[in-house]
Design a protein around this ligand. Structure first.
Ligand code: DGJ
Length: 729
């Protein structure tokens, strides 16, 4: 049993694998937070709450000066009735007041985990995997009721939370803020970790000590964004990769978000995360409901690595879905960096033919195959094949590629519309816009208004028609600008600030319907690279194009940072040409291969231009990856050396049964007369022996972990070594 309830003191003890999360309903119906951390036996923790009169912390009950919500750790705090810290929610009444007061009404403990309506979320495959606590709170003045849901996964150190708002009163309520969770820690001895960046340098790790006041990351771009990922962690000051406590918070959402930690006057820390209240309101009419996205809370008692591995396994097995969830992913060739918009059927055939000769399994036709698109300034929305480039039609090129023995994949950017498109000419009001103001463009394009049902239906039809027209087995779903002039022609004035969230809901419906209708297709999401690398999208599409930056050195940082939360099986990684198109760096084909082979492997260059020697290397890489991909995509991932801390990076993959491992080491710049170093491995079985593949060298698992492997002397910049081990018989 993962949720223990003690009726006498109304304490709920949620027990995940090695985690306890304890909360209590107080006498007056306030829901207090008691503890979250390493598993404890006792539930009796009410003594942790200390009631004491404090200056400038007012009292909801004037005769009880020891009670102030300002100093009470709470599960879902309000604003305006004595708590001055950041509230989890706020509603406005018809009379203009923004005060509400939620108190406990009832609760339920359920086996399993109910689905969230219209939103992506982690799931279960059998009822025994999880238990869910639903706490029902009510504001008696307005009739607002909320259900705080907590799901505890039996086998993971993960708890998920979300909130359902219900208007059971008879006046409309305006939701100004509806975060997915809030939790109060009784100290502030933490560092704040975030994954930040920009286009071409996504998810770089930033870590700083918490200080008094608020520290936050957020998106106001309409999508989760390259700039900030919807993830934060609190780390004890001495926590590192393998030691110390880590608390992770990851929002299963792809739109504007806010994630913050606030240190109060007594050094308590309040963490909250959810839809960004900035430019958001939601009108909740009588009888209506509003569901917040889910947040996945992960606790680790053994460093950041264990936190990451919990996210990896949970997301790989209970967030990603579909036929490809447990299937090895094909090695692909994508024509984008090989041709950009400049291609025709013959060129595509010639690249596909070379790819086939090298053992590649899937050809992906990127941007430029539709409408009259020869540049990025037209045709988005006109999803029919460009007959100038493919006179025989799409079916013909798909057939030609299939006949070569390769699968065929296609690029789309369905959420967008070009002003120069038939679709725009037919429906000029289908893009996001506000009255009397021009629409800003990004990459010469406008954003379709996915808050409108008819727009979503049209997208579903256009994409489905193409996907049904030929044996397409892979889709790259791109999204190349952020949202501006966010307004919808179909919503009344008072609902305009719902548009950004309605866009995300529309997107989820589109993705849900299309991925369900084409279960045999592997979908890879993309947003100018990794601009929407979030768990919301991963629920529909099990892999994401990690970054438009394919430079091997840049990718060390990007892939390392991404792995803090997201499994390797979700990261697309390609070998591209040199000098690299994004940073103009030259790295060897071996280095590019070893970095890309640490993800879902592919190539993105003109294979017809390779020398014979290069073709030989590519052929070997392709064959090698086929042999190791089960380990890379489904093994446990251990980070060994962080590129953010120096000139090297290293990581490894270990099979679940610990009989196989793959280790990759990267040295960025050559050092003069370097020291002789060892690389200590992780995650192996100390009791068994491992053979270094293609040699007769045998090492004990203990030896590899406690002493390490000799790193050979590497000459020149951008060098890499890969070692592969198997249990020795
Ligand atoms: C951005 C993507 O990230 C690229 O890989 C490529 O598909 C281009 N868009 C095409 O426009």
């Amino acid at each position: 049993m993962s949720i223990i309830y003690n009726e006498s003191n109304r304490i709920f003890h949620l027990q995940a694998k090695d985690t306890s999360y304890v909360l209590q309903v107080l006498e007056r119906g306030y829901v207090a937070h008691l503890y979250w951390g390493k598993k404890v036996k006792t539930s009796n923790l009410s003594h942790l709450l200390q009631f004491k009169e404090r200056a400038f912390s007012p009292n909801p009950y004037p005769y009880d000066l020891s009670l102030s919500l300002d100093t009470l750790p709470q599960e879902y705090p309000a604003y305006g009735n004595t708590d001055f810290r950041s509230p989890a929610y706020q509603i406005q009444l018809e009379n203009g007041s923004t005060i509400s007061d939620l108190r406990y009404k009832s609760h339920k403990i359920l086996k399993g985990k109910p689905q969230l309506k219209g939103l992506p979320a982690t799931y279960i495959e059998s009822e025994d995997e999880a238990e869910t606590l639903q706490l029902e709170l009510v504001d008696t003045v307005t009739g607002l009721e909320v259900i705080l849901s907590y799901t505890v996964y039996e086998q993971f150190n993960a708890i998920t939370r979300s909130v359902l708002f219900m208007n059971k009163g008879n006046q409309p309520l305006k939701i100004l803020r509806a975060l997915s969770m809030s939790v109060d820690f009784s100290d502030a001895n933490f560092d704040f970790m975030q994954l930040s960046g920009a286009w071409a340098r996504e998810r770089h790790i930033k870590r700083r000590p918490l200080v008094s006041g608020s520290q936050s990351v957020e998106s106001r771009r309409g999508t989760s964004s390259h700039q900030q990922n919807p993830f934060i962690a609190l780390l004890r000051r001495d926590t590192n990769e393998d030691y110390g406590e880590a608390y992770g918070f990851n929002l299963v959402y792809s739109g504007n978000f806010l994630a913050q930690a606030e240190v109060d006057q007594y050094d308590n820390t309040r963490v909250s995360i959810g839809i960004n209240p900035f430019d958001f309101t939601w009108i909740l009419g009588p009888g209506e409901e509003f569901q917040t996205p889910e947040v996945v809370l992960v606790y680790s008692d053994s460093g950041i690595g264990k936190m990451s591995r919990t996210y990896h396994k949970l997301y790989r097995t209970r967030l990603c879905r579909g036929q490809y969830r447990d299937r090895v992913r094909p090695i692909l060739i994508n024509n984008w960096e090989a041709t950009y918009f400049d291609f025709n059927a013959e060129k595509i055939e010639s690249i596909a033919k070379s790819a086939k000769e090298l053992g590649i399994e899937l050809f992906v036709l990127d941007d430029g195959w539709f409408g009259k698109r020869d540049r990025d300034n037209c045709s988005l929305g006109d999803w029919f094949v460009n007959r100038k480039k493919f006179p025989e039609g799409l079916e013909d090129i798909v057939k030609k590629v299939n006949d070569m023995g390769m699968q065929f994949g296609l690029w789309f950017e369905p959420e967008m519309i070009s002003a120069d498109s038939d679709l725009y000419r037919a429906h000029p009001d289908w893009c996001l816009h506000v009255p009397n103001r021009p629409c800003s463009e990004g990459r010469n394009q406008l954003v379709l208004d996915l808050s409108r049902k008819e727009v979503c239906d049209a997208i579903i039809k256009m994409v489905s028609d193409i996907l049904s027209s030929a044996p397409i087995t892979y889709v790259k779903w791109d999204m190349n600008r952020h949202l501006t002039e966010i307004g919808s022609a179909s919503l009344p004035a008072e609902k305009q600030r719902e548009t950004a969230h309605r866009y995300v809901l529309g997107l989820y419906r589109i993705m849900d319907e299309i991925t369900r209708a084409f279960p045999h297709i592997l979908f890879e999401s993309c947003s100018g690279g990794g601009g929407r690398f979030d768990p919301g999208i991963l629920y529909y599409m099990p892999q994401t194009w990690t970054s438009d930056n394919t430079d091997a050195v840049s990718r060390l940082y990007i892939q390392y940072g991404t792995s803090i939360v997201y499994p390797v099986s979700t990261m697309g990684a390609h070998v591209s040409a040199v000098p690299n198109h994004q940073v103009h760096r030259n790295t060897s084909l071996e280095m590019r291969g070893n970095v890309a082979m640490s993800g879902n492997f592919g190539y993105e260059l003109d294979l017809t231009k390779l020398t014979e020697e290069e073709k030989g290397i590519v052929k070997k890489q392709v064959a090698y990856y086929k042999d190791i991909r089960h380990l890379v995509q489904f093994g446990e991932f251990y980070r060994l050396i962080s590129p953010f801390e120096g000139n090297e990076a290293a990581w490894m993959f270990v099979s679940e049964d610990q009989t196989e491992a793959l280790v990759a080491y990267f040295n960025i710049l050559a050092q003069p007369n370097p020291p002789m170093k060892k690389l200590r491995l992780k995650g192996l079985n100390p009791a068994i022996n491992y053979r270094l593949m293609d040699t007769d060298k045998i090492y004990g698992g203990d030896e590899l972990m406690f002493i390490g492997l000799n790193i050979p002397e590497l000459k020149g910049d951008f060098q890499s070594v890969v070692w592969r081990f198997k249990i020795s018989d």
